[in-house]
Ligand binder design. Structure first.
Ligand code: UDX
Ligand code: UDX
Length: 468
């Protein structure tokens, strides 16, 4: 099948490369000439496992890059729209890029095509896309608009796309549903997984993945509801962690207790400094806004956002508790990306906390395995950029863990303690065990557990983040 993917960002690039690996002829379109040039030269503009391999083995054969959207549409039966849908000032999704792409597509509909929403968009967007395409002169019989939300996570995007929990397509015509079924047939029919060069199967993969067909509106809403529910689950466990801190309970034990309930499940119950990234923050806001627009006051989502913002404040209070005054303090920071496994710093809680610490007069030296360049573009020389975790800890008053990179959970703690001026570690991602840390001679703060001190020193119970 000939497929065009418009927008070569985190979602578009991964989707395009995976569609090509499934055997389809793919044109990846983008209006960012620099990005296109980099992709044509073999560069990979984002940090994603397996993506370099997919691009190398499909570039120039089943995968082309182009800035000519109309040409790409004419050549294709399906056009996936994966351009940005950033939030507006008031939290709605800004759909102006989607609209401009729809307008351009209209002029290139010379035979039957399905226009597919891949970006996360509010309910009713498909109806607007159809209206814009008709308004610009396309024949109503020659196209359908469908929704095919993407559930991939950054850092595991390629395996999430190829081994999804489900494939969701929202279609209002049999013809468009048939075409999308055909596109995903290598996965739903399992033929892809029988190939020698298939991307390795992750744990828990469901093969073949189920294909769910709904109306376009239900599919659009499902995506917002999914992200809002996951964000709510994170905010819920962060709220529980705050109660644990006040009463001296251990959130890890609580998570185990509730996560083993099959109705709840253990995933997305990791307390920390809050969720970030290009999706949850904007999608929770956008879902809140679209519900309000249609007469439903989804107040629960306000609390999800409030708890998330409060997590950062609570973490900063812990830094204050550990160091008393902050002006002039040297802090080592591990993690800048919004989560482990990616170079993406969009809406990163780590960056937010670093900026607050700079405002309070701290000197910050940070290390991140992948997000240094993107951080340097944002913060320049406001912070120091370390070569390693140990370099970041060197001569610091305390070390902060802000992103859940696996390598930060396996540090040589003796070496860290030797590098630090004071053995103080403030962990915003609960990568270590308080008892182990005090046995190793650290004063250790984490989320949802009282502070622990080197063996022999009293353990403090924090009331509202302050020592009781
Ligand atoms: C996208 C969607 O924006 C988001 O709603 C969804 O939640 C995830 O997928 P992402 O892939 O991260 O997010 O977006 P981004 O990395 O910003 O990439 C968008 C790409 O579209 C960029 O490369 C941009 O250059 C391109 N673009 C944007 C176009 O080609 N044409 C446009 O008119 C606008
Ligand atoms: C998310 C959704 O998971 C994905 O389905 C959707 O397509 C895009 O948005 P992503 O933003 O890449 O994916 O990352 P995710 O792994 O969901 O993490 C989001 C944020 O939540 C990160 O900041 C992460 O650190 C945080 N998080 C995640 C927690 O704080 N606790 C958890 O238990 C899980």
């Amino acid at each position: 099948m000939r497929i065009a993917v418009v927008g070569s960002g985190y979602v578009g690039l991964v989707a395009g490369a995976c569609f090509a690996d499934l055997g389809h002829e793919v044109v990846l379109v983008d209006n960012d000439e620099r990005k296109l040039a980099a992709l044509r030269q073999g560069q990979v503009p984002i940090h994603e496992k397996f993506l370099p391999e997919l691009l190398t083995r499909n570039r120039g054969t089943r995968l082309q890059f182009s800035d000519d959207l109309k040409q790409a549409v004419r050549l294709s039966s399906a056009v996936f729209v994966a351009v940005g849908t950033p939030p507006t000032e008031t939290g709605e999704a800004d759909l102006s890029y989607v609209e401009s792409v729809a307008r351009e597509i209209s002029g290139a509909i010379d035979d039957y095509k399905v226009v597919v929403e891949k970006s996360t968009v509010p309910v009713y967007t498909s109806e607007w896309i159809r209206r814009i395409i008709l308004r610009n002169g396309a024949d109503p019989e020659r196209f359908d608009v469908a929704s095919n939300p993407e559930f991939l996570r950054e850092g595991t995007a390629v395996t999430d796309f190829l081994y999804p929990d489900r494939i969701l397509i929202g279609c209002d015509s049999t013809r468009s549903a048939e075409l999308l079924r055909e596109i995903y047939a290598p996965l739903t029919g399992a033929s892809y997984y029988r190939r020698a060069e298939a991307i390795p199967q992750p744990d828990r993969a469901l093969i073949p993945p189920p294909l769910i067909v709904t109306s376009t509106k239900s599919a659009e809403l499902t995506k917002h509801a999914c992200n809002a529910f996951l964000a709510m689950k994170i905010s819920f466990i962060n709220a529980v962690a705050s109660v644990c801190e006040s009463v001296g309970a251990n959130v890890k034990q609580v998570v185990h207790g509730i996560g083993t309930d099959s109705r709840i499940g253990p995933r997305f119950l990791n307390p920390g400094i809050g969720y970030g990234g290009s999706c949850f923050p904007k999608d929770v806001m956008a879902f809140r806004a679209v519900a309000r627009e249609h007469g439903y006051d989804f107040g629960l989502l306000d609390e999800v956002m409030h708890i998330n913002e409060d997590q950062r404040r609570r973490f900063l209070r812990k830094v204050n508790n550990a160091l008393w005054t902050l002006r002039g303090k040297r802090l080592g920071v591990l993690g800048l990306a919004f989560k482990g496994g990616t170079d993406d710093i969009r809406e990163s809680p780590a960056i937010g906390i670093v900026q607050s610490l700079l405002q309070q007069g701290c000197k910050v030296t940070a290390y991140d395995p992948a997000a240094m360049e993107r951080t340097r573009e944002l913060l320049g020389d406001q912070i120091g950029y370390a070569h390693s975790s140990y370099d970041a800890a060197h001569d610091a008053d305390a070390l902060l863990i802000l992103t859940e990179w696996e390598e930060f959970a396996n540090l040589d703690l003796n070496r860290i303690r030797q590098e630090l001026k004071y053995p103080i570690l403030i962990d915003g991602r609960n990568l270590y065990d308080p008892e182990r840390m005090s046995a190793q001679g650290f004063t250790y703060y984490s989320v949802g557990c009282g502070a622990s001190h080197p063996d022999g020193m009293p353990t403090a119970v924090l009331k509202n983040g302050k020592k009781a």
